[in-house]
Design a protein around this ligand. Structure first.
Ligand code: SAH
Ligand code: SF4
Ligand code: F3S
Length: 388
């Protein structure tokens, strides 16, 4: 860079570290877009950066620990340097709920921002060459008892249809043919005003949400199906993916759409979390193992080649051997191609942290993790899809 008055001036650099899920990655892409508009260049070395953006995850304790360790290193490094030379350090993402404690422990932090505060006004600097990741909703209203997301990301909020379509159209004109829609519950898009409790109950009672006894949280098609159709109608779009879907919002029309709309990827991510009805109840998941298996059956009836992947938590809140075996049984029946298996980690502030003792020993959690990981992820390597 050249400056008329001072001659050569130094380039300014930004550094971004992203932990956690695709939602965070998408937000970091927007933050990168913003930094680039300011004229900054990316660097892989935070010591060299003028602006640092740390996008945190808090889903398990291990995720917290990773970001804390980076912050420890930064604090130690910059501590000995004059404050005037400290970079601007912004912390974002799901650890922002520890705001006060973080600010106290790490004076290096310039600003802690809430989830979703990243600037939408600038085009995302997309990292992936084939898939454009587009957020369609933020937050979560589901309150699964183990999960920090509703507290960390706040209430569910669907992005406007026109706004989403504008970003899709922009991605298409930038040369993208594959669109990946992101949200904690993509298939409840547009339905946040309908109580989640009612939707979960409906799923349990009828096996699938339907137009039963006058209860129908939408008129015409479910909003998410309308969105899928609108995106599929663009000739340049060849593939649509979405994550994550929740079983209780898998309406019959969505099953049909997944079955018949071949622009939708043949890999579907559908977290089950457990195969035990008693554990599912303690988790407040709102379905039984039978509900979930029935959903898979209906999906596969329309496309036998559909590949299903899942998330499972082992060792949740006193999970007994018998309860774990119910998950093993479900796994045998479900034929998952991949599973993200996690050992339960207590998250302060959640309902589970308040009412269920975390009584399964670490060694038992580990054994259960190994059993499922082996069954699902290692015994059938040849058919594992590439997951984003
Ligand atoms: N909205 C997504 C999940 C987001 S969190 C959904 O409902 O499917 C991603 C995954 O992290 C979850 O599916 C769950 O398997 C895991 N997870 C969430 N909280 C956890 C906890 N306290 N301990 C262990 N794993 C957890
Ligand atoms: Fe929401 Fe449950 Fe998913 Fe957590 S696991 S993000 S509470 S649906
Ligand atoms: Fe982590 Fe928050 Fe995503 S807790 S998994 S970054 S929603």
């Amino acid at each position: 860079m050249f400056n008329l008055f001072s001659g050569i001036i130094q380039a300014m650099y930004y550094y971004i570290k992203t932990y956690g899920c695709q939602a965070n990655k998408a937000e970091s892409e927007r933050q990168a877009g913003y930094f680039e508009q300011l004229g900054l260049r990316p660097t892989d070395d935070w010591r060299q950066a003028n602006k640092i953006f740390i996008n945190t995850c808090s889903v398990r304790k291990a995720a917290d620990d990773r970001a804390l360790s980076l912050l420890d290193q930064m604090q130690a490094y910059f501590h000995d340097r004059p404050r005037a030379h400290w970079p601007e350090v912004i912390l974002s993402g799901c650890m922002n709920r520890y705001r006060d404690r973080l600010q106290k422990r790490f004076p290096i932090l310039t600003h802690i921002q809430g989830v979703g505060e990243t600037n939408f006004a600038y085009p995302a600097k997309r990292q992936d060459k084939t898939q454009a990741f587009i957020q369609i909703s933020y937050g979560c209203n589901s309150f699964c008892t183990y999960c920090v997301v509703p507290y960390a990301r706040g209430r569910e909020h669907s992005r406007e249809f026109d706004d989403i379509m504008r970003e899709v159209t922009q991605a298409v004109s930038d040369g993208y043919h594959e669109i990946t829609l992101l949200g904690q519950n993509v298939n409840s898009w547009g339905l946040e005003d309908v109580t989640i409790g009612q939707r979960k109950l409906d799923f349990q009672a009828d096996h699938l949400p339907s137009n039963r006894s006058g209860y129908r949280p939408y008129t015409g098609l479910p909003p998410f199906v309308e969105l899928l159709r609108a995106i599929s109608s663009l000739p340049e779009v060849t593939k649509i993916r979405f994550l994550t879907s929740n079983p209780w919002d898998f309406y019959p029309e969505l099953i049909e759409e997944v079955g018949h709309n071949r622009k939708i990827d043949r890999y579907l991510h559908l977290p089950v979390q457990s195969g035990s009805d008693t554990v599912l109840r303690r988790m407040n998941r709102g379905y039984t193992a039978a509900n979930y298996l029935k959903l898979l059956e209906q999906l596969r009836a329309l496309d036998p080649d559909l590949q299903i992947g899942t998330d499972i938590i082992v060792g949740f809140a006193g999970e007994t051997e018998q309860e774990f075996q119910a998950t093993v049984d479900l796994v045998k029946k479900a034929q998952f191609v991949v599973a993200f298996v996690a050992m339960y980690s207590v998250r302060p502030g959640t309902v589970a942290a308040k009412i269920y003792p975390d009584s399964v020993p670490y060694q038992v959690k580990k054994q259960r993790f190994e059993i499922l990981d082996q069954m699902i992820n290692k015994d059938q390597l040849s058919i594992r899809p590439k997951i984003v």
